[in-house]
Write a protein that binds this ligand. Structure first.
Ligand code: K1U
Ligand code: ZN
Length: 184
């Protein structure tokens, strides 16, 4: 498995619509495995292919120790609303409150090409919607009020200086440290 670079705000691919996956090949499965490794190294709970510079319509999530790969996901049901704080691995150090559906059901293919449904509430519901947005080129900052977005962007202008290539390179030692922490 390999750690992938995470594209950060300003990279054009983050604003493009992802394309449906035709066949679930070994290349697609390898991409999903690499995305899990990258997500864990970055201490995230989700990661969309667009965030690692790929066009495939797929994302991975792991909330409450339940790793899931969603290929060609579709939203099939939503209910209620809930407001909560979000971050994004592509906009490090920026956070904001976003109102989302409180409960969602999504249908997708897994890494073996089998159709499945996942129903999420609380953090899983939020994460599934956040990742679906990535597949449409939408980011959580798009939901902030003008004032909150302006202040988030002012902070990001200072942060983005750390990413001149608009790529975030993770340190493999972060992954090793997390495994050590879990073992304690
Ligand atoms: O897609 C991404 O950028 C991943 C993002 C997903 C997400 C975060 C918060 C709410 C909804 C969706 C992250 O994982 S950022 C890391 C993070 O904020 C977080 C990590 C653990 C628990 C809760 C949030
Ligand atoms: Zn994100």
């Amino acid at each position: 498995m390999s750690l992938l670079e995470i594209h950060v705000l300003g990279a054009p691919g983050l604003r493009q619509e992802s394309q449906p996956v035709g066949a679930i090949t070994d290349d697609v499965r390898r991409l999903a495995d690499d995305m899990f490794e990258t997500m864990y190294a970055a201490s995230g709970i989700g990661l969309a292919a667009a965030q690692v510079g790929r066009r495939e319509r797929l994302f991975v999530v792991d909330v409450d120790d339940t790793p899931l790969v969603l290929i060609n996901p579709e939203l099939v049901a939503r209910d209620g609303t809930a407001k909560g704080e979000e971050g994004c691995l592509s906009i490090p150090e920026i956070y904001g409150d976003v109102e989302r559906a409180a409960r969602v059901t999504m249908r997708a293919l897994d890494a073996d090409g089998r159709a499945f449904e996942v129903e999420g509430t609380e953090l899983l519901a939020r994460c599934l919607q956040h990742e679906m947005d990535h597949l449409q080129g939408r980011l959580f900052i798009d939901y902030l009020s003008i004032l909150k977005r302006r202040s988030a962007m002012a902070k990001w202008e200072r942060e983005r200086a750390k990413y001149p290539s608009l790529r975030r390179t993770l340190d493999p030692r972060d992954l090793a440290e997390q495994h050590n922490d879990e073992a304690l």
